[in-house]
Design a protein around this ligand. Structure first.
Ligand code: PLP
Length: 393
């Protein structure tokens, strides 16, 4: 039996191979440290759990409007006012089954066959596959490490063709953790406006920003940019709610309406109980969110120092999210391994540390380390990585 061409073209997830090998080693009794996770290691805060329990007890377990509960949309509207000084109406918001589903649905309604979407490298693994599933064409532009992995206005201008429909910005970024400044967003935004492009602004790591940096949504830079920006966000990373599957897209009313029509035939509403939990997440003070952020910040500062102490490893210091994206090009070159993928596989085999090779993010010279695990584990992992590097250099 031959499956449809659209699924034959899908690239398997780069994290999958390493994760399943790490699991197998763990099952054999090995002391494996997993730095592959894309989710916070904290429990969902109690006040959110209680809101979900209450919703169940009150029988709020039925269909909701396909695009989400009005009460949740209102909580999201308040969040935008409070955090981003942006005003939206209910018709400009759709609640989806995680931010991933918001992105998938957005590409489905925006793209015709062969429409191009500019995807800066390094990218989050699902962008290219989702664009291809919508018959669009990802156009990759390598954001240079010397520019802190940020796309420059010149690079954007150069990549635009008459077929370009949209550009994706992910700030702070998975996998690099870097954040675009207001000036940088403004410069990129001007070019996008000049060519009438949609801006897909993935702001899922908005709440995880460290030091003195602040998150700015490109939609808040000017009214013109607000009109052309669809913001993607959700509670997965901010409130440690990855399993609840609540995300949303916000922006142009026509786009959001088309997305709501589409999901009404595909999934209907996201889980009702999870939507009530998300209302609580946004209506409560951010005390718990800040606690998680502080823990991540401490880990980042320590892990970053441990990693850059390793000979020949360099690393752009992230501003946010919970990943480091060190460059191991020189280390791999000095080793007997041919590629970063092989080097990463051997690191797991010998030192039992699971990290993700950069190839899945379009960046062969790097590896992604997630610090969504305890400081003790991070310290031990850094020691093992250092030992491995020294052995093969
Ligand atoms: N966007 C980025 C950059 C991510 O890293 C992730 C999750 O890993 C998502 C979107 C998807 O988030 P969700 O779990 O809400 O679908």
């Amino acid at each position: 039996m031959k499956l449809a061409e659209r699924v034959q073209a899908l690239t398997p997830s780069s994290t999958l191979a390493i994760t399943s090998k790490a699991k197998a080693l763990k099952a054999e009794g090995h002391d494996v440290i997993g730095l592959g996770a894309g989710e916070p290691d904290f429990n969902t805060p109690d006040y959110i759990l209680n809101a979900a329990k209450k919703a169940m007890d009150e029988g709020k377990t039925k269909y909701t409007p396909a695009g989400g509960l009005v009460e949740l949309k209102d909580a999201i509207i308040n969040k935008f006012k409070r955090d981003n000084e942006l005003d939206y109406t209910r018709n400009q918001i759709i609640v989806t089954t995680g931010a991933k589903h918001a992105l998938y649905t957005l590409f489905q309604v925006l793209l015709n066959k062969d429409d191009e979407v500019i995807v800066p490298i390094p990218y989050w693994v699902s962008y290219p596959e989702q664009i291809k599933l919508s018959e669009g064409k990802p156009v990759f532009v390598k954001a240079q490490e010397k520019n802190n992995f940020k796309l420059t206005p010149e690079q954007l201008e150069e990549a635009i063709t008459p077929k370009t429909k949209a550009i994706i910005l992910n700030s702070p970024s998975n996998p690099t953790g870097v954040l675009y400044s207001v000036e940088e967003l403004k410069a990129l935004g001007e070019i996008a406006l000049k060519h009438d492009l949609w801006i897909v602004s993935d702001e899922i790591y908005e709440k995880l920003i460290y030091g003195n940096e602040n998150h700015v949504s490109i939609a808040s830079v000017s009214p013109e940019l607000k009109e052309k920006t669809i913001i993607i966000n959700g509670v997965s990373k901010s409130h440690s709610m990855t399993g609840w599957r609540i995300g949303y897209a916000t922006g142009d009313e026509k786009v959001i309406k088309a997305m709501s029509n589409l999901v009404s035939h595909a999934t209907s509403n996201p889980t009702s109980i999870a939507q009530y939990a998300a209302i609580a997440a946004y209506e409560h003070s951010e005390e718990e969110v800040d606690k998680m952020k502080k823990a991540f910040e401490e880990r980042l500062n320590k892990l970053y120092n441990w990693i850059i102490e390793i000979p020949h490893v360099t690393c752009v210091k992230p501003d946010g999210a919970f990943y480091l994206f060190p460059n191991v090009k020189e280390v791999v070159k000095a080793s007997p391994f041919n590629t970063t993928d092989e080097w990463v596989a051997q690191l797991l085999e010998e030192e039992k540390v699971a990290i993700v090779p950069g190839s899945g993010f379009g960046s062969e010279d790097n590896v992604r380390l997630s610090y969504a695990t305890s400081l003790d584990q991070l310290e031990e992992a850094a020691k093992r990585i250092k030992r491995f590097v020294e052995k093969y250099s």
